[in-house]
Design a protein around this ligand. Sequence first.
Ligand code: T1G
Length: 694
Amino acid sequence: MSEVVTYKREDQIAYISVNNPPVNALSLPVRQGLEAAFTKFANDNEAKAAILICEGRTWIAGADITEFGKPPEDPWLPKVIHQMEANEKIIVAAIHGTALGGGFETAMGCHYRCAVPSAKLGLPEVTLGLLAGATGTQRLPRLIGVKRALDAMISGAPFSASNGLEWGAVDEIVDGDLRDGATQFTKKLLAANAKPRRISDEEVDGLELNEHFFNEYRNGMAKKTRGFFAPEQIVKCVEAAVSLPYKEAVEREGELFMECMMSSHSVAQRHLFFADRACAKVDDVPKDTPLRDIKKVAVIGGGTMGGGIAMNFANAGIPVVLKEINQEALDRGLEIIRSNYNATVTKGRMSAEQMDQRVGIISGVLDYDDLSDCDLIVEAVFENMALKKEIFGELDRIAKPGAILASNTSTLDIDEIAASTNRPEDVIGWHFFAPANVMTLLELVRGAKTSHEVIATSMAMAKTIKKIAVLVGVCFGFVGNRIFFPYVREAQQMILEGVPPERIDQVAFEWGMAMGPNGVSDLSGLDVLDKVKSEWLDRPDDPALWAVGTKLVELGRLGQKTKAGIFNYAGRTAVPDQVVADLAKSEATRLGIQQLSEVSDEEIIERLMFSMINEGALILEEGIAMRSSDIDVVFVHGYGMPRYRGGPMRYADTVGLSNVVAAMEKYRERYGDMYWTPAPLLKRLAEEGGSFSG
Ligand code: T1G
């Protein structure tokens, strides 16, 4: 037996235990251990039943993702699962934590399953651009029905043990000690002379399926899964489950699994799985850096952002004080919060009691002195450096020693803000993304003097409020917005060149972006972008930069909030407007910008994406981002880039850096050096045949 899988018989029951921290992933030693253990079980005549159980915090959480992309090593998981299932003696899975992917497939290879109430089960492979390739696409439909199985595999969302019991994936919920409960359950089965239940022997219940079922299912998922490879392969696997004998269908599943595994989408999503975790690691901040206790938080500014920020802390059970300049503004701010919560309750995603709990720990004040007992103060007023420096001067006066002073600025210099205090080591940027109570991304902006304690505490607190925190350096726009700026620039440049804005957005949407660049500009407000331009002191010397937006702002067309911007808005639907086309044409004439007779979809994507990639390379060279995958995390969590593209830097690797540079040289010919000179890092990596992700 391997040390990661042990076998111990007590009376008639063999306990086979997996112990492979941190999540009992099915690495090669585990698969080898399971194969040996179940061979021993089959030959152990004293053993009448086996319980498969896991040490540590969870049941097997899946195949070992670190092994993907390497040559597969025998025994393959399907082989181990079929060996277990074929056993003549019953095998019971005792589940706690998260039985996910290959872990849940292993549990389905057992004859019976019991679980503690808090356990979760699921097949989230689609989040890695994969499918449940160890017979999961064949077993789950047999266990819980075709529609439910498809929903579970296309969404990748886990379900609870109680749902599992209701649907048939779990046979017994075990209260109290899992091992004891599983033992009782197994003895009950033995007493009833229960036989091995082999799911592969069972037919898929096709009653709910008419001839149109699968195509209707495909149409239903199309908008959400557009351009994404794996979901269609999952549907094909389930079609095979319905139409082919089990063995043939499993072979089909294996073929489609390998196609997913080799896809650029899966490579990108596996990259992001580790990138999401890597960004929490700050190379120069020791793991054992002491953390400050955050018991009470203040938010200055009760606007949309301030209200959303306050909600994050209240949601985590941390008392929040909202500070405004007068009672009317404060009441308005508290009302924003209440209406946000009401909307969530109305959607059934929160109970009224939960809302009351949260609202109950949010209070309002008008004086800075009332913030003197707060451990973290987040300034969230509008983007004006003078105002922010004035506020931080006040905070320096009233805040208790050791209080963390954070600014929600989206672009401005944290060092300059910190210089308005006598405690720059306690100052840091906490850049939330709108809506602040929804978006998972949080850019933490370290100033030159920000202390390790403040950084470590901020990273830990970000996790507490369920944010993905990326630590970035000081520059205009930090990482996210600084990369977003060229994306908007190229979109508006193409509008000036005569490309309809709706075409640009459609191409970006079909590429996978949640929303096109022009729709996003209208959503965040063209006036906001225009204000950013005025604060961007070292912006490119280019009169055409965001000129369409500036012109529209002059006309009072600010975007969605005025029902007209680059598009007109009937509700949230963006409708093209000839006024904008005409305005763009006259601006192009004024600026001497050539109209483009035709633009391919490929050019639209290249100009939108490669301009961002080049900015990302500059950011890396300047040390503003610690690693290229951090830039990917920012873009996937903060700007609606699809995970199956992996983020801008991963996408560059997918395209090939030499191809990116060649395309840039093409645009450099047309537009000159200002925007299309490849960053030195990008050029060097391309010449070396290298990549950003290494
Ligand atoms: N393989 C390898 N390492 C893994 C892993 C996995 N499956 N899951 C987690 N880790 C590492 C992770 O990188 C981190 O490492 C540490 O464990 C703690 O993870 C054949 C093909 C289980 C809900 O997709 O969803 O099975 O950073 O920080 O927040 O059909 O991990 O500490 O060095 O996330 O408590 C399917 C993926 C795989 C589940 C726990 N399974 N994991 O969350 O901790 S594909 C999954 C998770 C598959 C089969 C297919 C979460 C978690 P480090 P963590 P957590």
